[in-house]
Design a protein around this ligand. Structure first.
Ligand SMILES: Nc1ncnc2c1ncn2[C@@H]1O[C@H](COP(=O)(O)OP(=O)(O)OP(=O)(O)O)[C@@H](O)[C@H]1O
Length: 679
């Protein structure tokens, strides 16, 4: 009887699960339909083929994506969030008119609703169904982050009393292309809804500046800041917990046809409860695996960029995010970035040194003809397992699979999480003795299907901890680490030069203690933070300063550490330090020697924010070298054409080029030293 009842209950539960699975499948299908006609992807396609997408004022880049959010479901959703996005009454009245399909009328309504015309004219769908929040309904508390295109503030929502993050995005002369790319970010954010993906809560328009504020839930930490916390060593269960959340978030993005294309520590935000959320969808794009479109290869921050993108691939998918995930997993265990290349050339060299030279098959399969040229003369053997031999075996297996040169070898976020499903299956089967045959099946499936291919990372003990068991620390961000480094350097320079400020760091002086403490802190910082090309963002308008909080323009950090190439990583190893940031752009050097990229895809303004200027942050040192130009003319910056393609001239020799490249770096470092000495 008991067994009978249990079976009945089980049947009912299964039916429920089945129904919810069907409805979630329907939802996903709807999402997918939305992205099938993604113009974001088309734009990338145009960019890759060298065509410039003419600005179409009535049809923004992300128009098609927005069809999804313009559905009555999305509007209903907006209604439920009436307070956040505007008064419910107004949204309801919008609903009727929008559904009439009169776009012009909608634009007018939006203008009436308070959206600036430069936004509704270019990207009406981005804000469809939402009403703007007023800037004065927030109180800025502090600047907490700075990105390439944005400044992030901690703020208080005066209506709800909640603490939020305001990401301020400024546009240059309301350039329609930049607005369109911004709109794409908004579209993508509105489509995603998952506990491990940052939620866009609303948009604030500013009357006094040509900018928008995106309102997000406030997150205390980012992973880059956490990893760089002096003295902090994450335990294996904590690392598993972080990676698991990251994979869940990525799984949601990929299932919804979104590639993030910038997975890195500073974009993985963690709140005070230990919940990780993927943030910064500025480079994200909608894609349809069944109808792939060429995409720009100039995405993903250099250290986390997969080999195929470095080689100029334009046909790629979710595997690019999986490579970055592999770099993150290894970084969490090693306590520092594993492949901190200074240039694209150095980056690909580091990859080959760790993951082995590409095979003949890889070169043949690669759709980028230049791949074969990158085959180093000296054959590198893959040494991922040796390099990480001190790490737990399941972790090494996971890293090894995620860092596959072949994108197909990296698996998917779903497959990386599969072992979890199996664990659940085990539990389920064990809890019902009458169904113990399921246990046998589960075991058989697991050993046959997964044991060989799946890293058993999440199944092996120790298991992932609960997010609430992640370290409780004061708010820490990559930005905080940078500030600490900058302050230490400033004090160090002042002491060395004996100039103004030197007095305050004389021994015996109390400030000296402060200075040496700051230097200590900088010395303790385990990981270099990523300098970004914020030349333009560093000029703050009066609007940026808030009472009691003055925002000072800051110099960029110029030093970072570089571990020995090919060295073995462990959790305790000392970090090699080296001077960076003064390196001339060897990428430019390489390109100067190269052909005039005749057979290289040209990326036009359509992808500027995406693969062009925005991505310059990826090539950090190269960015620094361009900083001056950018300061000179921000407007012109948006007109520059960037391209991705061969890093080497046809017939060139990779070894010679690397030697030449190294020589240029050494020369630049020597010059910088001389310069410093002569001051
Ligand atoms: N919701 C949030 N809560 C707290 N801090 C945040 C939030 N969103 C972003 N930040 C902080 O601001 C920084 C910059 O934000 P974000 O990455 O979104 O901007 P970006 O211009 O795209 O930056 P980047 O060019 O570095 O990718 C992040 O690294 C993070 O530390």
């Amino acid at each position: 009887m008991v067994i009978c009842r249990q079976v009945q209950r089980l049947a009912r539960k299964t039916a429920k699960i089945g129904l919810s699975a069907i409805s979630s499948f329907k939802k996903k299908a709807l999402h997918l339909m939305g992205c099938l006609c993604s113009k974001g992807a088309k734009e990338d396609a145009n960019a890759a083929s060298g065509r410039r997408t003419p600005p179409r004022r009535s049809e923004p880049a992300t128009d098609a994506i927005a069809k999804d959010s313009s559905s009555s479901a999305a509007l209903n959703n907006a209604k439920t969030k009436g307070n956040l996005y505007g008064a419910e009454k107004v949204v309801v009245s919008l609903d009727a008119r929008i559904s009439s399909g009169n776009n012009a009328e909608f634009k007018g309504l939006n203008a009436v609703s308070g959206w600036p015309s430069w936004l509704v004219n270019v990207a009406p769908k981005a804000v469809e169904g939402w009403l703007p929040r007023r800037a004065d309904s927030f109180e800025k508390l502090a600047k907490i982050g700075q990105g390439t295109y944005s400044v992030v503030y901690k703020a208080r929502d005066l209506e709800s009393g909640k603490i939020v993050a305001l990401k301020k995005v400024r546009f240059v002369n309301m350039d329609p292309e930049s607005v369109r790319f911004m709109a794409r970010e908004i579209h993508i954010l509105r489509r995603l809804d998952h506990p491990n993906v940052i939620k866009l809560q609303g948009i604030v328009t500013s009357r006094v500046s040509q900018s928008l504020y995106l309102v997000f839930e406030y997150m205390e930490h980012d992973l880059a800041g956490l990893v760089a916390t002096p003295g902090l060593k994450l335990t294996e269960p904590q690392i598993k917990c972080i990676v698991q959340q990251l994979l869940h978030g990525l799984d949601h993005c990929h299932r919804n046809g979104v590639l993030h294309r910038d997975i890195k520590g500073s974009n993985l935000l963690i709140d005070s409860n230990g919940t990780l959320k993927i943030g910064d969808f500025g480079l994200a794009i909608s894609y349809d695996p069944s109808n792939p479109q060429p995409l720009t290869s100039r995405v993903v921050t250099l250290w986390y960029r997969p080999p195929e993108l470095l080689l100029g691939a334009t046909d790629y998918a979710a595997a690019v995010d999986m490579w970055s995930t592999g770099c993150i997993v290894a970084e969490l265990f090693a306590g520092k970035p594993i492949m901190p290349g200074r240039t694209e050339v150095e980056q690909i060299h580091k990859i080959f040194k760790l993951c082995g030279s590409p095979s003949e098959n890889y070169c043949k399969k690669s759709k980028v003809p230049e791949t074969a040229m990158f085959k180093p003369q000296q054959q590198y053997r893959r040494c991922v397992t040796e390099t990480f031999k001190d790490l737990p075996t399941p972790a090494v297996l996971l890293i090894d699979s995620l860092l596959s040169l072949e994108p197909e070898g990296r698996g998917t976020a779903t497959s990386a999480l599969q072992s979890e499903v199996i664990r659940f299956f085990f539990f389920f089967a064990l809890s019902l003795p009458s169904l113990c045959f399921l246990y046998v099946c589960a075991y058989a499936i697991n050993s046959l299907v997964f044991l060989e291919y799946m890293p058993q990372f999440f199944r092996a003990k120790p298991l992932a901890c609960d997010p609430s068991s992640l370290p409780k620390l004061p708010p820490s961000k990559e930005y905080d680490v940078r500030l600490r480094q900058e302050e230490a350097r400033r004090l160090r320079n002042a002491a060395a030069l004996g100039g103004p400020g030197a007095e305050s760091v004389k021994p015996g002086n109390e400030s000296h203690v402060v200075a040496s403490r700051a230097i200590d802190i900088a010395a303790q910082v385990k990981q270099p933070t990523h300098s970004t090309s914020k030349s333009t963002c560093e000029k703050f308008s009066a609007e940026d300063s808030v009472p009691g909080f003055r925002v000072e323009p800051r110099a960029l950090p110029t030093s970072a550490q570089v571990p020995e190439c090919g060295s073995t990583w462990n959790n305790t190893g000392d970090h090699h330090r080296s001077v960076l940031g003064r390196v001339c752009s060897s990428v430019r050097v390489a390109r100067k020697k190269g052909p005039s990229n005749s057979n290289t895809p040209q990326y036009d303004a359509a992808d500027l924010r995406n693969g062009g200027d925005r991505n310059q942050r990826a090539d950090r040192p190269a960015v620094s070298s361009q900083k001056k130009d950018q300061q000179e003319d921000r407007g012109r910056k948006y007109k520059r054409i960037h391209y991705s393609g061969p890093l080497m001239p046809p017939g060139g020799n990779i070894e010679d080029m690397l030697k030449e490249h190294e020589r240029h770096i050494q020369e630049a470092v020597r010059k910088a030293r001389l310069c410093k000495g002569s001051k």
